[in-house]
Design a protein. Structure first.
Length: 296
């Protein structure tokens, strides 16, 4: 079963005074492009997340976002000694100035001092992020499992659509073969008439050379080789669809070969019916190529 490059998953968690929210989504891409938006204050997180994502995804444009929030009640209170000294010194200067002016000030409390900006330092740099990192990396695999499941579900839908399109290409190729067989007599008659007309109006022309040129025209109007290759491509597509692992790039290359043969068929058709079938083939191949763009 093929896997789609389109997917989405989200997950929430909490541990040791922290809560977090994961979100991962993907769209199609030529290769694997992982873009992360994770907190940079958690040491080792980005490298570990990138490694785990790369192991679980073969191809696609992956965008993963992690938002981490610390519960206020669990935040440690760390005093900024330098800032505290500056504030206490300033308070001393203020009290001395007030005494010189015969003013009485209300004594400030410790809470007043703690309320001054910069006295309490709760920056993430002072937090041991090891336990949080471990909790996050334990929570990530289930998220990636949900993500892979959605991509597989999307892939199952793609699988059905692409198989139907392969069958339609096979059917149209069979119709083109019948049409090509039916027009053989008309093509041969037209060539004979053209040969007779050229010989009647060209005295001294080398008849062998004319015959060779007309034979070349006959070869160029023969579409059986293109039809044989289209049937071979149908078999190759079905075989690819049965393989495991990323097959999107191979299918994409095969779609180019499908379209090349369909274009040649249209250019050599020389009949309304065969041209119509060729155009129908091109339409189906183009629709299939759009689906293939989403295959991992």
């Amino acid at each position: 079963m093929i896997t789609s490059m389109t997917g989405f998953a989200a997950r929430n968690g909490e541990n040791a005074g922290y809560s977090w929210a994961w979100e991962v989504r993907s769209v199609n891409a030529k290769g694997l492009d992982i873009r992360l938006r994770v907190p940079d204050w958690i040491n080792g997180l980005e490298q570990s997340v990138r490694r785990l994502v790369a192991k679980s995804v073969g191809r696609g444009n992956i965008n993963l976002t992690l938002r981490v929030q610390r519960d206020e009640g669990s935040a440690p209170l760390n005093l900024n000694g330098a800032q505290l000294s500056r504030i206490l010194a300033a308070l001393g200067q203020i009290e001395d100035a007030a005494a010189d002016a015969n003013l009485t000030l209300v004594h400030c409390t410790a809470a007043d001092v703690l309320g001054q900006r910069g006295v309490i330092d709760t920056t993430m740099a002072q937090v041991d992020t090891g336990p949080l990192l471990a909790a996050l990396l334990t929570d990530l695999p289930p998220l990636l499992t949900d993500f892979a499941t959605m991509r597989q579900t999307e892939g199952a839908a793609l699988d059905q659509v692409i198989h139907q399109q392969i069958s339609l290409i096979e059917s149209l190729t069979a119709d083109a073969t019948k049409s090509a067989e039916a027009r053989k007599a008309d093509v041969a008659k037209a060539l004979r008439e053209n040969l007779a007309r050229v010989l009647e109006n060209a005295d001294g022309v080398d008849q062998n050379r004319v015959a060779q040129e007309l034979a070349m025209l006959a070869v160029k109007s023969d579409v059986m080789e293109e039809l044989d290759r289209l049937n071979a491509h149908v078999d190759a597509a079905r075989e690819l669809m049965g393989e495991s692992g990323p097959i999107g790039r191979k299918l994409d290359f095969l779609m180019q070969e499908f379209m090349r043969e369909a274009n040649t068929l249209c250019s050599k058709a020389q009949s309304v019916d065969l041209t119509r079938i060729g155009l129908d083939l091109k339409a189906v191949i183009d629709q299939m190529r759009e689906q293939v763009q989403n295959v991992e």
